[in-house]
Design a protein. Sequence first.
Lengths: 648, 641
Amino acid sequence: MKTIFILFFLTVSLGHSQKKDVTKLGQVTMAELQMSRCAIDSKASALVLEENAYTYLSEKHNLDFKTDYYHRIKLFNRQSFDKATIEIQLYDQQKSDDIEAYSYHLENGKIIMTKLEKSQIFKKNIHKKWKEVVFTIPNLKEGSVIEYKYSVISPYPSINDWYFQSDIPKLKSDYTFSYLGNYKYNVRLVGFLKLDRKVTKVKKRCVMVPGIGRRGQSGYLSYGIDNIPAFKEEDYMLSKENFISKIVFDLISITRTDGVVTKYTQTWKDADKNFQKNWFDNQTNKEKFFKRRLPDSLLSVVNPVEKATGIFKFIQGRFTWNQRYWPQGSINLKEAFESRSGGVDVINLSLYNSLQAAGIECYIMTIATRENGLPTKLYPVTRDFNYIIVTTVLNGERYFLDATDKFMPFGQIPMRCLNGEGRVLDFDKGSYWETINPISNNIAKISVQLTLDEDNELTGKIHVQKKGYLASNNRKLLSVESEEDYLRDLESKMTDYEIEDYLSSNLKDLEAPLLESFTINPYEVIFDEDIVRINPFFYYQIQTNPFKLKERKCPVDYGYPRTYSYRITMDVPKGYKVISSPQAKAIGLPNKAGKFVLRSLVSDKKISLNYRFKIKKKVFTSQEYFYLKEFFNQIIKVYATPVEFQKI
Amino acid sequence: MKKITVTFILFFFFHNWNLPAQQDLDLSILTLPQELTKNANAVVRKQQRIIDVNSVNQMTIKNTSVVTVLNKKGHQRLITSVGYDNHTRISRLEGRIYNSLGKETKKYRKNDFIDVSAVDGVSLYTDSRVKYIDFTPVSYPYTFVFSYELKTTSTANIPSWIPVNQYYVGVQENEYVINYPPELGFQKKEKNFEGFPIEDNSVTGKIHYKVTNILPVKYESLAPSLIDSSPNALLSLSHLTTDGVEGSYRNWNEFGRWMHQSLLLGQDILDGATKQKVLELTANAETVAEKAKIIYKYMQDRTRYISVQVGIGGIQPIAANQVDRVGYGDCKGLTNYTKALLNVVGVKSYYVHVEAGTDDNISLENDFASLAQGNHVILNIPNGNNDIWLECTSQTSPFGFLGDFTDDRDVLVITPEGGVIKRTPAYLNEDNLQITKATIELNPEGSLNADVDISSEGIRYDARYMLEKETPLEQKKYYKSGVWSYNNNLEVLSIAFDNNKDSVIFRESLEVSIADYATLSGSDYLLKVNAFNRNTFVPKRYRERKMPLKILRGYKDVSEYNYKIPEGYSIGELPEPKIIETKFGMYKVVFQKLDDTTFTYAKTMLIKAGEYPKEEYKNYRRFRKLIAKYENIRILLTKKT
């Protein structure tokens, strides 16, 4: 993000008591030291007894923001000793101050208190303007209580999020913010927890400006929660930032004492302008440049979808993505075009300009990636976004485009982008929300033909056809791994079989389905006297349930719908008859969210099993989790059923 | 626990290969020898490292490397960084990128490099730093020319010569020169030179190696490390300086004496109260082992592992009284502290340099002494023929237990009289024993309930005893999604652990249930018998195996299950006993019918550590495949009619 400079031309002094007493060190009680387990979570390795922070404008520091932090934590056992190592991240002109820390423990009923030595506070230059002050609290024992405080002085008006929740439970967590009325913030609470304490006060005429007198107002906001459970991350969930309890302050504007207002985000109109000007560095009108660079053959295409596809491929081929998102600072599309590499911003802005140059109506869409958390919809917060794509409507159908990934066909965006809604930036009519719908034809079609010969050796021919995400994931794998490594991994997923005659096609033709075919070499089948048992479901099957825990809190997020359809055929070996085979079965998830259908056809000569496994819904709530888990259980059960032949 | 102090000057690890700016090489890929590109992700076209030792505390290292990168993997592994610290200055630094035709496309000067703290992931603080560049290649192949010059006052760590230090990299030319004043003395140890076209033009005052055209090596699993078969030379001055401390040694004995005199002596002072305390604690203990055990526990309870690496602190332990005061230290500090405590109670112990790691057991070279060997410190207590070894960075390790991090390798024991090479205790094949006993009851719906008892010894102990400290949720996850993930619907009803630190046995007692365990069809009840210790590992297939087979660690598994079958079913014919015996180990399964409703399953599996010629790989694979098949053995119960 661009650095923000704020200058005060006049000195201002605060007329009312902005100061609030910060918790002083030395609050540790005997009861806390004797506490043997956490009352709100008996298994917790540590418990925050009390923590708070207070942010205010410090007169001593030229009216920069100062935040005083106080923490008191009970460490029940060694697993929590890492909580005694504190890292304070500082950017550029930010400073830390007043670091003080103690550990307390009992020895023969007496309290032993150890102070952190100043020489054990280290300052590291991390990278460029980032620094870190780090220390670890000495002399820890199982059962110790640690207590520490520090302050951070910051000339920047952005306020850090306050996390009520962390990986350990807390008894009491509070955050207080007092500011001058010339700063405007939006405040929002994220997460499942409710506030226990909330104080919001506005005082009028509390600021003394020399020569002008008392004017302006100040605000005082205080929030607190008690008895906070630890936040636990779960598999297959979206970013934890969507669910963890925290309070967020979004800066709207600052009014300088001379009356000049600096707006950050207030309305979407401001935000749109901010995106265009600062974040895109005014590079949204470079059509002319791209028009000259685009091959004439592309520009002369009549069918708009074909034309857009051609341009998309051109940009996708032209640039190599440098793995960076967006914005690094100044953007120069012309230069980037020559150097052929760039971040998401450079590549997708180039795509946008090129499509514009070709007369295709399209828009830049700002989104947040999955690991970044969903952008809030309450009001505009530009810092919630960290990525841009391009969107267009052609022949009545909406397309989302991202030219950074070499494996995405036209209209498919990488998995990282499949995160809720994004903001379509229509610079003329104003921006609007749009749900990022993934493409739906993510399909794998698999045909398996098995033969059991007289020597009880099983051979098979396998054909696989993949589309959508299933294809692009596979293409990516095939492009980085050697074929041998790829096959070895495949073999390790079906231990009994070895792959021969592997062929793949349409590796580079992204619009076409990816095709793979191979044979599995002879494999001796387990015997049980006259009965031969074969598990026909060996290729690409789920063998263990991905959902094993009894319950969960956060939704399961699949990102995109998917369908696997199988066709397994097998000749009945000579001299044998079929005595059992998997039975027809249909398993469904509520609301048609997913289904599994198996059809089985058995004749004297042939067995054929056709089945389809489909996950249609992208997100399953914690209430739906049980169904999902059971759905997989049932399917795995089907997969465990063998075909049995008996000697005639 | 398992933490390595990244002490011994970082940049040597970052860089093993380098050399000077000579643009006489044709950088186009057209001149790249084809045989070097087969199985290669990158080819080192030319690499030159020239080291000028000017005096005992002045050394210049000039590096130039010219690497043609053939694909993305080669790019990911390309080294574009150089480390430095308070004793080392980067006097020149440059990177240039050339396209496949040999045309320069990008140039990075010193100021274009990104400067960061050398974060090792373990240390609270370290004064080592790294400069690096990060770029995105727009096409392959491309060529990267990296050159730099370092001036350092530390001459203790002359980088080893390792022309091949990565898989899938071909080497066209690699040259290495060291000029040193002969009066400083020099030692070297050359390894695996045979079979490689190495030119050695070394004379007194100069080391000079050159090698050309080494083919890329493919990685294979279950193989010895690359360094075991590729040429390398270990190099060291006899008189040297490290972080401002001068040293002089030609062998381990002298090295040990120097370490003791210059870096350890005087670091073991403790204050009176602590002395008093440990004397009281051990007042009733008689033997060395008894006293040591009390001290070890005392140390474990009082400390934790925190690493701070500043200057000489990279090799010198912080003083014992400092550790005593703050209650933390790194491996050096904690070992030295334990040594000091033992000293107070009259137990002699020694500081030990070891090359720690679980991937391979690396010994110190018996006949070549250098500071660069070893990355960890442990403690040795002489005790007749039964030395005691202590891992002082762990607060949970049993007394005298080393585990796979430092076991079975040659280490340097530093005594006041000098250094002595000793071997740490080994955990061999049967020592690594795991016994799984289960009483299993099947019900007519196909579900089972079982009491399972697992006891683990040796390295198996090491792998599991930390489980005790996990949260109940993590413990359940460990069984459900970890070791028993092949059992769907597994529910853990109760868990109890017994960590016997004296005999080093970890016992897990569990009550579990598995719904729908058996497959029911018609009157058949099909059951996979080995529910709780299924080892179906099969080594990957290599169409053409090149490397020898190495099984680093042996182990033994014993499983004994007692099955009670559901009412209304009968036990048919049980499988015959099966014994497979090979040079790699043994596998045995025996079924026994006890009465109409119960039968037992007994399995023994022994895998032996060892090294075998490459031809044996497929035999080992066959052995494991056969085992895998029997691990999945199923039996049939039939409904009584």
